[in-house]
Design a protein around this ligand. Structure first.
Ligand code: URP
Ligand code: ZN
Ligand code: ZN
Length: 481
């Protein structure tokens, strides 16, 4: 099967260039000046005319939670529904979080994740491993997974005491192990012990509405945990550290300072922190705000009153600036969907019992393109933060994340001349009974999506198949300074 994508503008991290792309089987074989492959066009099995459109590497979402058991229920997307929704949004690889909790065996946790994903995915997928119980056995497993299973990144939690939480000693030990084998530590950086006190105090005062979820997780507790994680990673031998779902300007300052000192400290943010505010979402009357309960929380449009070192733009302004400055290297979704019915509703009358998570795997490329339209970032930076750096950060480059000869033909044709309306009766393919982005109208549209040379989305139709997606074993990070 050969495919020619002609007349488009190819976007890479370094420029936007009119180029044609030739694909043979599952791989890109050549890029040429417009018309260069005219001789091959007759013989091509498929010709895609991308005139007036952009041609970008397939998106890579490095933070998803399909079927995560959490908050007394399970995230509502399976690998089948969630990976299909990702494809609808121009994402062609996800890296999901396999789970191990205290007292559980890491290998069994990982095997369960393979069982869930194997034969079900529309697009390619890899895994990070959550280590929710740091002990001798799980530390040994980290080394084995890095060396033999293609899993080179491990998520630890400074939040959620009694669920996934690790104390500082456990974190230090896991970081030392990762440093020994070259792996990356991913950190959920919030001071969960202090947050639990604030939660109990709020509930005792009768403050039960969803908005208290954010009030009880103030940004200084994200900044403090971020700082502590950075210090621990230094003491542990400069292990590469990646802070997940960063939501606050004061936390970002900690990452910026570490990077200024040349440390291998990185961070991601998510569309919800770039676009949504506490006032417009969590703060809605009644229980509706539950749709936006996630951790770290969606924050106020202004900085918290005790926020130190603010730039005067609010958290969102700080995060956009951080993306431009590479203080934030990646945009992921932290896709962790729960329906309102029977799931978010578990927390009626008690915000602390609302399952934490927002579904967004379908909309990341769209919402970040809107950042380009709004002048917050360049086209090149859009591709860098959503496609190329994720591949490099997590050991998948140049197989993924770039349009280059030899790379997997994961390619998206993007139409900048039309719009996308997001909403439950509009564009919405995630297994959720609501959308966190209901009514948003976005400039641009996913036109055609290819996964390893196979068209999976075209003409507003899903034409892929369950089981096309393959496991991607990953190497060590290729992004270290
Ligand atoms: O609210 C969130 N983020 N849910 C998923 C679990 C996590 O902390 O990433
Ligand atoms: Zn987290
Ligand atoms: Zn997460």
């Amino acid at each position: 099967m050969t495919t020619l994508i002609k007349n488009g503008k190819v976007i890479s991290t370094t420029g936007v260039i009119a180029q044609d792309v030739l694909i043979d089987g599952e791989a890109i074989v050549a890029l040429g000046a417009p018309g260069y492959f005219a001789g091959a066009e007759q013989g091509a099995d498929t010709v895609i005319d991308a005139a007036g459109k952009y041609v970008i590497p397939g998106g890579i979402d490095v933070h998803t939670h399909m079927e995560l058991p959490f908050g007394g229920t399970f995230a509502s997307d399976t690998f089948e529904t969630g990976s299909r929704a990702a494809a609808w949004g121009g994402t062609t690889t996800i890296v999901d979080m396999a789970v191990q909790r205290a007292g559980e065996n890491v290998f069994e946790g990982l095997a369960e994740w393979h069982r869930k994903a194997d034969g079900n995915c529309a697009i390619d997928y890899g895994f990070h491993q959550i280590i929710g119980g740091v002990d001798d056995e799980s530390l040994k497993a980290m080394k084995y997974l890095t060396e033999h299973e293609g899993i080179s990144s491990f998520k630890l939690f400074m939040a959620y005491p009694g669920v996934f939480y690790s104390d500082d000693g456990q974190i230090l030990r896991a970081m030392q192990t990762a440093a020994d084998c070259g792996a990356m530590i991913m950190m959920h950086a919030e001071n969960g012990i202090a947050i639990d006190v604030l939660v109990q105090q709020a509930l005792a005062r009768g403050e039960t509405d969803p908005r208290y979820h954010s009030y009880t997780r103030p940004s200084p507790l994200e900044a403090e945990a971020t700082h502590r994680a950075i210090v621990l990673s230094h003491v542990a031998g400069n292990v590469p550290l990646y802070i997940v779902h960063m939501s606050a300007g004061d936390a970002l300052n900690e990452v910026a300072a570490a990077r200024h000192h040349g440390r291998n400290v990185f961070a991601e943010t998510c569309p919800q922190y770039l676009w949504l505010t506490l006032e417009e979402t969590l703060g809605r009357p009644g229980f509706e705000g539950a749709k936006w309960v996630c951790s770290t929380p969606v924050r106020s449009k202004d900085h918290d009153p005790d926020y130190i070192g603010q730039m005067g733009h609010g958290h969102q302004g700080d995060l956009w600036k951080g993306l431009r400055m590479n203080e934030l290297a990646i945009v992921s979704t932290d896709h962790c969907p729960f329906c309102m019915k029977d799931q978010k509703e578990l927390g009626i009358g008690n915000f602390a019992a609302i399952p934490n998570g927002i579904g967004g795997v379908e909309h990341r490329m769209e919402l970040l393109y809107q950042g380009v339209v709004a002048g917050e970032m360049s086209l090149e930076r859009w591709v860098e933060t959503c496609c190329t750096t994720p591949a490099r950060m997590f050991g998948m480059y140049p197989k993924k994340g770039v349009i280059a000869p030899g790379s997997d033909a994961d390619v998206v044709v993007w139409d900048p001349n039309t719009k996308t309306k997001i909403g439950i009766n509009d564009k919405h393919h995630m297994n959720m009974d609501h959308s966190a982005w209901e009514g948003w109208v976005i400039d641009g549209k996913v036109d055609t999506v290819m996964s390893r040379g196979t068209v999976v989305i075209e003409a507003d139709q899903y034409v892929g198949r369950k089981g096309h997606g393959r496991y991607v074993p990953r190497g060590l990070s290729q992004y270290l300074v």
